[in-house]
Structure formats: C-alpha cells, structure tokens
Design a protein around this ligand. Structure first.
Ligand code: G
Ligand code: G
Ligand code: MN
Ligand code: NA
Length: 253
C-alpha cells in the first residue's frame, strides 16, 4: 500500500514527470520522434521507474488517471517544442488496462484537441500482448483511434503470442522490435533470426519497423541493412528530462 499511497500523492501534488527518448530515422540519422516515459518522483528527487509502479497503479484503479496525466503532459510538451521549431512525433505508452477502458479514444481525442495539436503527430504504443488478448475488441478500439488520425505502434513486438493472420486486420502503422532481440543481435544467432523475420514481416505489411534497445553502431548498421527504418536506444540517448532532451536535439541540429 505504500507505493499506492505515493502514486495517489504524486497524482495530486505534481509528483509525476516524463522523460523523453529520441527516435531516429535509420537512413538519414535525423530525429523524427520522442517516446514519453513516465517517472514517479520521490521526495528526495530520485525517480521510481514505471516497471515498478505501473502494475501497482493498474491494480489500484489508478492507471486511468496516470494515463490521462501522461497524455496531457506529452501533448503540452509537443506543442511547446513545436512552437520552438522542434517538430516530432510524440509516442505515448498505453497500458493494456487503460486501452480497454470505456471511451479511451474519446478521452484521447479530447486531450489532443485541448492541446491544439494535429493528431497525426501523436502515436500510441500498445503492447503486442495487450492487443492479442482480445483481437476483435482491439481492432474496434484501434479503428476508433486511427479514425482520429492518431498513429498506432505495436510495442514489444515478438514477445507476445501473435496470431500472424490477425496482424493483417489490425490498423497499425508500426512494429517496435522488442529490445530483448535487438540487444542480443551481436551474440545470438536466434535473436538475429527473429529480428530479421520481424523486419521482413513488417516491411511486407507496409509498416514502419522500429528497432529499440540499440546500444552500438554495429547493431544500428545491421538493422539498417535488414531494412529496419526507425531506431531508438542508448546508442543515441537514454530517456532524458524535457530540458535535456531539447539540448540534445540542438546539439544534433
Ligand atoms: O524506460 P522505462 O523504464 O521508462 O520503461 C519501462 C516500461 O514502462 C516500458 O515497458 C514502458 O513501455 C513502460 N512505460 C513507460 N512510460 C509509460 C507510461 O506513460 N504509461 C504506461 N502505461 N507505461 C509506460
Ligand atoms: O517497452 P518500452 O519500449 O516502452 O520500454 C522502454 C524502456 O527501455 C525504458 O525503460 C528505457 O529506459 C529502456 N531503454 C531504452 N533504450 C534502451 C537501450 O538501448 N538499452 C537498454 N538496456 N534499455 C533501453
Ligand atoms: Mn514503448
Ligand atoms: Na518496447
């Protein structure tokens, strides 16, 4: 209950913050986006990571509030950067519980409208396992989201149990190849085989394929050769507070 109480306090008192990790176009090396990643700030200023508090928030019925806060803040930040000439696609993670909540697409639409930004600049990331849990329902929700103009990425792809046939009926823009494969590319032939299969599958379905967890130039090079077109990972930058993210972008421009 201690963490639950801290989450509640954070929601009331501004104790949540977003870090942003750059997303880069593999061919040109240009910055094309940012993934917003939520942190819970402790009294001493240190950050609790979402792997720890998101499951607690889901169980406590607090994920809807967190999700709304994240989307609102990510949209506000997008608007602010855009006004400074920094144009990018803002990716927002959506928990499986939040994804299935009543009127999720309506709420998202309201938040994007209120921020005054073009929905095409927003991308939601939903995990493969969340979608595959109930494919018909997922298709319906994703169609609602797509009809707003918002983009959809399938996160952690390769770790769930996909019905490959149903991939063709899901309205997707992107597959994010899970880090667990990307990070083993150099040492493990099986991880290379899975990565190559995912890239080929995504490209033949005309989707963007996004490699995450890239930690070296050689892995980036390999992914480029395989036809992966978007990249993210510590090789470029770890997730950064907004002010540091903007500095990082200027140092690249
Ligand atoms: O980089 P990091 O430790 O932030 O992310 C750990 C996990 O938490 C990832 O799986 C990521 O998708 C998830 N996560 C990060 N931010 C959010 C968020 O705002 N909402 C949800 N639901 N999950 C998030
Ligand atoms: O599941 P999702 O893709 O949303 O997870 C994002 C998480 O991955 C965040 O915790 C982020 O800090 C972490 N991350 C991003 N890039 C790298 C990387 O290159 N190496 C490692 N080890 N973790 C990464
Ligand atoms: Mn993600
Ligand atoms: Na992921």
């Amino acid at each position: 209950l201690r963490l639950e109480a801290r989450i509640k306090a954070a929601l009331r008192q501004g104790g949540l913050t977003l870090h942003y990790q750059p997303v880069v176009d593999v061919k040109t090396g240009r910055l094309i986006g940012a993934e917003a990643l939520v942190r819970l700030l402790d009294a001493d200023g240190s950050a609790v990571l979402p792997d720890k508090f998101i499951p607690v928030a889901e169980a406590a019925g607090l994920i809807g509030d967190i999700g709304e806060w994240v989307a609102t803040e990510a949209c506000r930040q997008h608007k602010s950067w855009s006004a400074q000439g920094l144009e990018l696609t803002m990716a927002i993670n959506v928990s499986p519980v939040q994804f299935r909540q009543q009127r999720f697409a309506d709420k998202l639409c309201g938040i994007i409208d209120a921020a005054g930004i073009d929905p095409e600049n927003i991308e939601i990331e939903v995990t493969e396992s969340a979608v595959m849990e109930n494919i018909d329902e997922a298709i319906r929700i994703l169609n609602d989201i797509k009809s707003l103009g918002v983009k959809v990425a399938l996160d952690d792809f390769g770790t769930g149990y996909s019905s490959l046939a149903s991939l063709t009926s899901l309205p997707l823009d992107k597959l994010k190849v899970d880090q667990s494969f990307v990070r083993r590319i150099e040492g493990d032939a099986a991880s290379r085989a899975v990565t190559e299969a995912i890239i080929a599958l995504g490209r033949s379905l005309k989707l963007d394929v996004h490699g995450e967890g890239i930690e070296s130039e050689s892995v980036l090079h390999y992914l480029r050769e395989q036809g992966c077109n978007q990249a993210q990972g510590y090789w470029f930058s770890k997730p950064l507070p907004a002010s540091e993210f903007a500095l990082w972008c200027r140092s690249k421009a």
